[in-house]
Design a protein around this ligand. Structure first.
Ligand SMILES: Cc1ncc(C[n+]2csc(CCOP(=O)(O)OP(=O)(O)O)c2C)c(N)n1
Ligand code: SF4
Length: 297
């Protein structure tokens, strides 16, 4: 039977978002719903896996399958879901604290493994859920509850790390630029391989420095730079330039597609078990170790 055409409405759950009015994460969930609707990927063909944080509440507000896991651990769970259910579209969602602090190790290894999934990080440069502590992406000098004298650590560069570790789609969006963000998320989902979409998604309650207004004044589209910057548009096939652009320069921060590589084999395509067409969920019965070993031969 043919699937019916999806609308954004079909992807909105009955659970009303608990986010503060004006939180940037509203724009991110809408971008994801719009992208899935435009791609006509049904809720029963999608799994959204999150960690812990305000941003990690996102799967509750959508109709696809969802798992709200533990802090910093969404990527191993999401990779497992994808490898056991290769037909599912798998989306990881979380915050900068979740993904780039406690989950940083998983982040680096997910990038190099190239599991076919999309990872959306709502980067508000602060810990929102725990009421405003410094996060790995907080700027130097940022005064927060945990750094009352100003942050002395240079910020983590997620775009640079993803590029260094081999991610095959590396991009950044802004929840204040919804059209661009929707297109970015759609492209990330269509990408075969591990796709990172770091999204500047302001915390309007606890981050009074990195506000919507601040981002609008600070960020620029690397693929369509403004004329006054006098730089060439970035070609996403140029990884070395993407790496150079991942570092903020002259108080301007880039967003857009930093890198896209097509044709690289995914983890699932190379794994000997999955490659042989064995589905660990459907084809191997629990505790049937002998069958598992035979299946892997
Ligand atoms: C193992 C563990 N350590 C610490 C915490 C407390 N904690 C919950 S959310 C969070 C960080 C939230 O920041 P972020 O991931 O950036 O998400 P946001 O709330 O800003 O969306 C922390 C430290 C926890 N829940 N579990
Ligand atoms: S505390 Fe910040 S991140 Fe959390 S819901 Fe409110 S505005 Fe959003």
């Amino acid at each position: 039977m043919a699937e019916t055409e999806l609308t954004v409405k079909d992807l909105i759950s009955d659970t009303k978002p608990t986010w503060c009015p004006g939180c940037g994460d509203f724009g991110v969930v809408r971008a994801l719903q719009t992208a899935l609707a435009e791609l006509n990927i049904q809720p029963h063909d999608t799994a959204v896996i999150s960690g812990i944080g305000c941003s990690s509440n996102l799967p509750h507000f959508m109709t696809p399958y969802g798992m709200h896991t533990i802090h910093g651990r969404l990527l191993p769970v999401a990779m497992g879901v994808k490898l056991a259910n290769p037909e599912l579209t798998v989306i990881g969602t979380g915050g900068d604290g979740d993904g780039y602090a406690i989950g940083a190790g998983h982040f680096a290894h997910a990038c190099r493994r190239n599991v076919d999934m999309t990872y959306i990080v709502m980067n508000n440069q602060i810990y929102g859920l725990t009421t405003g502590q410094t996060s790995p992406t907080s700027g130097e000098g940022h005064t927060t509850k945990s750094t009352p004298g100003g942050n002395i650590e240079p910020p983590f560069n997620p775009i640079g790390v993803a590029l260094a570790e081999g991610a095959t789609f590396v991009a950044r969006g802004f929840s204040g630029d919804p059209k661009h963000l929707q297109a970015l998320v759609k492209r990330a989902i269509q990408h075969k391989g591990f796709a990172l979409v770091d999204v500047f998604s302001p915390c309007v309650t606890f981050n009074k420095l990195n506000t919507f207004k601040w981002y609008k004044q600070t960020i620029y589209n690397v693929n369509e730079p403004p004329k006054d910057m006098d730089i060439e548009p970035h070609d996403p096939s140029d990884r070395a330039r993407g790496f150079a652009l991942s570092f903020p320069g002259q108080d301007r921060i880039g967003y857009g597609v930093f890198y896209e590589e097509t044709g690289k084999l995914t983890y699932g395509e190379q794994d000997p078990t999955l490659h042989a067409g064995v589905n660990p969920v459907h084809d191997v019965k629990p505790r049937d170790v002998r069958a598992l070993v035979e299946a892997m031969k």
